[in-house]
Design a binder for this molecule. Structure first.
Ligand SMILES: Cc1cc2nc3c(=O)[nH]c(=O)nc-3n(C[C@H](O)[C@H](O)[C@H](O)COP(=O)(O)O)c2cc1C
Length: 392
């Protein structure tokens, strides 16, 4: 990036060598309630911790004597190729971390040649994302009591030529994120005198967002003649979600959406098999980043069962705890086609907007490349379980 913004960004990104460094930087920048809103998980955060930790149960068995001067990280997904096996997953309120956060992240994804998935709860509107062009764009939706409301989201995504529809199935009731309760995190965020005292170090973020905070809302839910503020809409949104979601809804969405249709939040092999039977185009093995059902299996532990169940009929994607390129490579060895990242891109956004997300994606790409090189693998297709052992 050039110009004054580039100068700030490159300074902000100095010494950010890993996604963990980016998290530490974001933690310093963001007011605690905002950092914890992204960072936290449900209840005791057991699943949140397991998502990262369980990658370590798999260790590499390299074959370095098949060396090669360069690697090809590209993968086929649906009718296209991704530059690397990574996508940015849907996260609500990305615009809380950086002004125009969703658009900045979408641009970074386009620059890196990977998909960007817009959350139903984006600060920008479904219709705003196409303007950035480039990246495959995916739209994430929920099933509401009023199916017409879900259908409206689907029609808007189709009209804006989104490339894939993602139905998230693990959020029909809200998990209890106790960090938010302890921090008194409200939507929109409000800060009391004690927060403000503790926030001297957060001034740059506050200054950057000061004009923005009062405007932040769930833009996709704003309707003429109805209250459009974030507080009213967030209350309304929870009551819109229908916990009696069923396979009939999956069949219905399959019928009304022509392009690739992805189910996100699949952990059980039976559900993955049924999804493939019903014409779903891909599943995302996910526990919502440990934000919903605490005690749920980690994503990496659920992956082999799901991959075995679908028998290669549809691509299996994974998210949850991906913090290193080596995590992506392990997931691919165990049957995934690509991994989504949630929190890491929000850390990148918080630190340097588009440049920060680009840095996250480049870091992951370089790590995937290095891991493959050290494993003795040239092409993604050559990754497999033969390159892993299970730690005793
Ligand atoms: C702040 C935040 C907001 C999220 N909002 C959504 C959402 O609106 N829809 C959705 O399907 N998943 C949402 N997720 C879950 C992510 O898509 C993804 O499953 C999860 O973050 C992956 O784990 P990771 O953060 O460890 O990469 C959200 C996650 C975070 C951290």
């Amino acid at each position: 990036m050039r110009g004054p913004a580039g100068v700030t960004s490159s300074r902000a990104l100095k010494h950010v060598h890993s996604l963990a460094d980016m998290r530490a930087r974001a933690r310093r920048i963001l007011p605690r309630p905002v950092f914890d809103f992204a960072d936290g998980g449900a209840e005791d955060e057991v699943t949140l911790a397991a998502n990262e930790r369980d990658f370590d149960r798999h260790v590499f068995l390299p074959k370095p004597l098949r060396g090669s001067p360069q690697r090809d990280l590209s993968v086929k997904l649906f009718d296209g190729r991704l530059a690397m096996p990574v996508a940015i997953g849907p996260t609500g309120l990305a615009g809380l971390f950086w002004k125009g956060g969703e658009l900045a992240a979408g641009r970074a994804a386009a620059g890196a040649g990977v998909p960007y998935c817009l959350s139903h709860a984006s600060v920008c509107r479904i219709e705003d994302l196409p303007a950035i062009g480039g990246a495959p764009r995916w739209m994430q939706v929920f099933v509401y009591h009023d199916r017409g409301f879900t259908e409206e989201f689907v029609r808007r995504a189709a009209a804006s030529r989104y490339d894939a529809l993602v139905l998230t199935v693990d959020n029909q009731m809200l998990g209890r994120r106790e960090r938010d309760l302890r921090n008194g995190f409200t939507i929109p965020p409000t800060f009391g005198p004690s927060d403000i005292l503790a926030m001297a170090a957060k001034l740059p973020w506050l200054m950057r967002m000061r004009g923005e905070l009062p405007k932040i809302t769930f833009a996709n839910y704003v309707r003429d003649g109805q209250p459009g503020d974030l507080r009213s809409l967030s209350r309304q949104m929870v009551s819109l979600l229908d916990p009696s979601l069923s396979w009939a809804d999956v069949e219905w969405l399959r019928r009304i959406w022509d392009g690739p249709f992805i189910l996100k939040g699949i952990l059980h092999p039976d559900e993955a098999r049924r999804a493939a039977d019903l014409g779903v185009d891909a599943v995302v093995v996910s526990n919502h980043g440990g934000r919903q059902l605490d005690g749920a299996i980690s994503s990496i532990d659920a992956l082999p069962g799901v991959a075995a169940a679908v028998e290669g009929r549809i691509p299996v994607l994974l998210d949850g705890g991906v913090r290193r390129g080596s995590h992506v490579v392990k997931a691919l060895c165990l049957g995934a086609t690509a991994c989504l990242v949630g929190r890491p891109h929000l850390w990148g956004l918080s630190v340097a907007g588009e440049a920060g997300v680009t840095h996250v994606l480049r870091t992951l790409g370089a790590e995937i490349d290095r891991t493959m090189g050290l494993l003795g693998v040239t092409r993604i297709e050559d990754l497999g379980p033969h390159l892993l052992a299970k730690r005793a």
